[in-house]
Ligand binder design. Structure first.
Ligand code: AMP
Ligand code: FES
Ligand code: ZN
Length: 303
């Protein structure tokens, strides 16, 4: 197989794009797709200060490298969850990556915040993933507000986004459908959040990470084996195999023609938000924010 651009030996074939690429042309293709994702959805500009949430996985590290190579002002943020046998590796990979590429990195330790995930798991009587997600999102936002970043970027890819869209559609969750997309606008104490890899599949990102020599942390979380939406992702993979390009079409079509149909009638989030009485973080819970409730449960003051 020959590279569609330069006719050298191809190493990556992409049916969805009806193309095959040699290593150098593939890297350029990947960066072009990231740029299209940013520009078409107006995610940010080169003047914005971008906080990139780095888990140590291939998606977020590839995103960080792609953005820095394209002249964006990026700083990494790693949340050390304190999970034995997992977090130290993820943190080590992230720190070595940033040191190797001369990229700025902020690390926040949940143990130092009184929120080590093993303790949260032990004390809470509900699935740890949702509590862990809540804690991570709150720290992404807190660091961004405090350090005056314009935007938080995460490494969610097209497979993550399409599976979420499919899940929201299966439940006809109109509120989530109205909100879903590669950009969540800034609002009352929440920094703008973006997903610049929304046009790229997991396979495409893995190829970029491999060709760029990115060492990544791929051990699944010991508390949540099995990827999020794994059943839906499997179904969508089978669909894509017989209809190449369908995932991107489905998601792009939603952004261009579907999403706006769900917005009317949705209450404005800002109207539902009030500061948490304990920490001041904006919350729609009508009382303490999710993270303060977790802290309260850890102290054992509540059931
Ligand atoms: P996940 O939900 O684990 O697939 O992660 C989705 C995105 O959230 C990743 O691509 C990262 O941008 C971000 N993320 C997840 N875990 C962490 C972490 N421990 N520290 C910083 N960012 C994270
Ligand atoms: Fe948060 Fe596993 S519970 S990453
Ligand atoms: Zn709070």
């Amino acid at each position: 197989m020959k590279c569609k651009i330069c006719k050298a030996q191809a190493v990556v074939a992409l049916k969805s794009h009806n193309s095959a690429f040699c290593p150098e042309c593939y890297k350029r293709f990947f960066l072009r797709q990231v740029a299209r994702g940013i520009e078409s959805q107006k995610l940010f500009t080169r003047n914005d200060r971008i906080l990139v949430a780095l888990s140590g996985g291939k998606d977020s590290l590839s995103l960080m490298l792609a953005l820095s190579r394209q002249g964006y002002k990026v700083t990494g943020l790693h949340i050390d969850l304190g999970i034995p046998g997992s977090s130290a590796d993820a943190r080590g990979v992230t720190e070595r990556f940033c040191a190797r590429h001369g990229l700025k990195l902020i690390v926040r330790e949940m143990a130092a915040e009184g929120l080590p995930i093993p303790l949260v798991k032990e004390r809470l009587r509900r699935p740890i993933c949702s509590a862990c997600g809540k804690i991570k999102r709150q720290f992404f936002n807190e660091v961004a507000v405090k350090e005056k970043f314009d935007v938080v970027a995460t490494g969610h890819n097209l497979d993550d986004e399409v599976a979420r869209l499919f899940s929201n559609t299966l439940r006809w969750d109109v509120a989530y459908l109205a909100d879903q997309g590669p950009v969540l606008e800034e609002e009352a104490g929440f920094v703008r959040k973006v997903k610049p890899l929304w046009r790229l599949t997991e396979f495409e990102t893995a190829n970029y990470a491999f060709l760029m020599g990115i060492e990544n942390h791929y051990a699944p979380c010991p508390y949540s084996p099995g990827a999020t939406f794994s059943v839906l992702k499997g179904l969508l993979q089978r669909l894509e195999a017989v209809m190449p390009g369908r995932k991107l079409d489905f998601y792009q079509g939603f952004l261009e023609r579907g999403k706006r149909l769900f917005a009317p009638g949705q209450p404005k989030k800002a109207d539902m938000l009030a500061p948490c009485p304990l920490c001041g973080y904006p919350t729609s819970s009508g009382g303490e924010c999710g993270v303060c409730r977790i802290r309260t449960a850890l102290r054992g003051d509540s059931a």
